[in-house]
Design a protein around this ligand. Structure first.
Ligand SMILES: [Mg+2]
Length: 110
């Protein structure tokens, strides 16, 4: 019998690669920047798009699982951690670097 946690970890890697494709694609276009809690707390349409994309794919595969997403919480959703399997999602780790295209790791290939 397959280990369900390993299966989730493997799926997380698949999702990260798909998210990377979206992020790399966004770097070729103009980046739309908004602020959250302060002028230096940035969020982009790509953060939101990637988070929604990841959550939708996880919901298809694991409909009973829960989510805490950085951008959803910033938009007012609760961040309640329970005993239910929960995915913690940070769609772009380093939005400021993404906005300024500082981090060359965004350009890594699969
Ligand atoms: Mg982030």
């Amino acid at each position: 019998m397959a280990d369900p946690w390993q299966e989730c970890m493997d799926y997380a890697v698949v999702l990260a690669r798909k998210a990377g494709d979206i992020i790399r694609g966004a770097l070729k276009e103009e980046i739309s920047v908004m602020t959250k809690s302060s002028p230096v707390d940035l969020v982009t349409e790509t953060d939101q798009k990637v988070e929604n994309f990841i959550i939708s794919l996880i919901k298809e595969k694991y409909p009973s699982h829960s989510f805490i997403g950085e951008e959803s919480v910033a938009a007012g959703e609760g961040s309640i951690l329970t005993a239910n399997p929960t995915w913690i999602i940070d769609p772009i780790d380093g939005t400021t670097n993404f906005v300024h295209r500082f981090d060359s790791s965004f350009m890594l290939t699969n």
